[in-house]
Design a protein around this ligand. Structure first.
Ligand SMILES: [Zn+2]
Length: 312
C-alpha cells in the first residue's frame, strides 16, 4: 500500500495580491489555500504534511501545447478571455502572469509530481489542477495549460509508463483531456457531466455520459455506478487521475445539477473504493466549482478518500 500525500503551494491561488480581479462565475480564487486550511481544521492533515512542488519552466509546456497557446500566455487579453477573468484584460502582462499564468504553470509541476508518486502506488491529493479544458492548440474555459497532459508527458519522459484512467467527474466534460489522449492506448478518458453546457461542441472521451436537468444524489450515484462498471469492463488502470470538480453541487453558480454536499461526499467515496479495488495509485485534483462552499466540499472529499486509504 502506497503512501498518502498532499501537494500544495501558496502560489497556487489565483490573483494572489492582485487587486480588482473579479471572477464572473464565482470561482473562489484562493481555493487551494482554503482547501488546505479546511483539511487542517478537519484533522485530515497537519500543516507539515503539504509538500511543495518543484518549479517548472513555462517554456517546457511547449512540448504539449502549440505556439499559439504558448504566445497567448504572454498576452493579457488572451489570458483574460481564456481565464474568463475580463478584468485582467487591461492589466499589464506581468501582473496577469502573476495572477493566473504562473499559478497554472506551477500547478502543472504539482500534478506531474503527484503522478510520479502515484506511479509508485501513492495516493496524492493535489490542491490545484484539473485544467481539463486546455487542448493542445486551445486555452479556454478557465484553463490555460493542461496539467494532466503535462504530467503524463513528464512521467513518460522520466522513462516510466503506466496504464492510466482519467476519471472526470467535474460538471463539465473534459474536452482538453479527451483531445490530448484521443489516440493514446495507455490513457483511458471517462467523463460524467452535464450535457447541455460548456464545452459545446465536446471532444469525445473514450467513455462519455452526459446528463441534463436537476440531477439529484440518487440519479447521479446510479449513473456513476454504471460508468465505473463500464470502465471496469474495458480497462484495468494502474493509476486513477481523478478530476474531482465540485460544480455538480446544488448551489453552484453555473451548473444545473443538484447534488448535496453529502451526495458529492458519496461520489468521492465511490471513487476511493473503486481505486482501492484496482490496487494502484491515485491523483485527485480539485478542478472546477463555482460556489463559496466549493473549497470545503473539496477538502471534505479529499479527507473522506484519505480515510478510506488509511482504514479499509
Ligand atoms: Zn467544471
Amino acid at each position: 500500500m502506497g503512501q498518502l500525500r498532499y501537494i500544495y503551494h501558496p502560489g497556487y491561488d489565483f490573483a494572489r495580491g492582485v487587486p480588482f480581479v473579479k471572477q464572473v462565475h464565482g470561482f473562489v480564487l484562493g481555493k487551494p489555500s482554503l482547501i488546505r486550511r479546511h483539511l487542517i481544521e478537519m484533522g485530515a492533515a497537519r500543516s507539515g504534511d503539504f509538500e511543495r512542488p518543484d518549479p517548472i519552466a513555462e517554456k517546457a509546456l511547449s512540448a504539449i501545447h502549440s505556439s499559439e497557446v504558448m504566445l497567448g500566455l504572454r498576452n493579457s487579453k488572451a489570458v483574460a478571455a481564456a481565464g474568463e477573468l475580463p478584468s485582467l484584460a487591461i492589466l499589464p502582462n506581468a501582473l496577469v502572469r502573476h495572477a493566473l499564468v504562473k499559478p497554472q504553470v506551477r500547478a502543472c509541476g504539482g500534478t506531474a509530481q503527484a503522478l510520479a508518486y502515484a506511479a509508485d502506488g501513492d495516493w496524492v491529493f493535489h490542491l490545484s489542477g484539473g485544467f481539463h479544458h486546455a487542448r493542445p492548440c486551445l486555452s479556454h474555459g478557465f484553463c490555460l495549460v493542461n496539467d494532466v497532459a503535462w504530467a503524463v508527458h513528464a512521467l513518460r519522459a522520466s522513462g516510466v509508463r503506466r496504464r492510466i484512467l482519467v476519471l472526470d467527474l467535474d460538471l463539465h466534460q473534459g474536452d482538453g483531456n479527451a483531445a490530448f489522449f484521443k489516440d493514446d492506448e495507455e490513457v483511458f478518458t471517462a467523463s460524467l457531466h452535464q450535457e447541455d453546457t460548456f464545452p459545446i461542441p465536446k471532444v469525445p472521451s473514450d467513455l462519455d455520459r452526459g446528463l441534463s436537468g436537476a440531477v439529484d444524489d440518487h440519479e447521479y450515484s446510479r449513473a456513476l455506478d454504471d460508468l465505473l462498471s463500464d470502465i471496469s469492463e474495458r480497462v484495468s488502470p494502474e493509476i486513477v487521475i481523478y478530476v474531482a470538480g465540485t460544480d455538480p453541487y446544488c448551489d453552484d453558480a453555473i451548473g444545473s445539477f443538484a447534488l448535496s454536499a453529502e451526495g458529492l461526499g458519496a461520489r468521492d467515496e465511490r471513487v476511493a473504493n473503486f481505486t482501492k479495488r484496482l490496487g494502484g495509485g491515485l491523483v485527485a485534483l480539485p478542478a472546477g466549482g463555482y460556489s463559496t462552499e466549493s473549497p470545503r466540499i473539496s477538502a471534505q472529499g479529499f479527507a473522506t478518500m484519505a480515510e478510506i486509504h488509511r482504514t479499509h
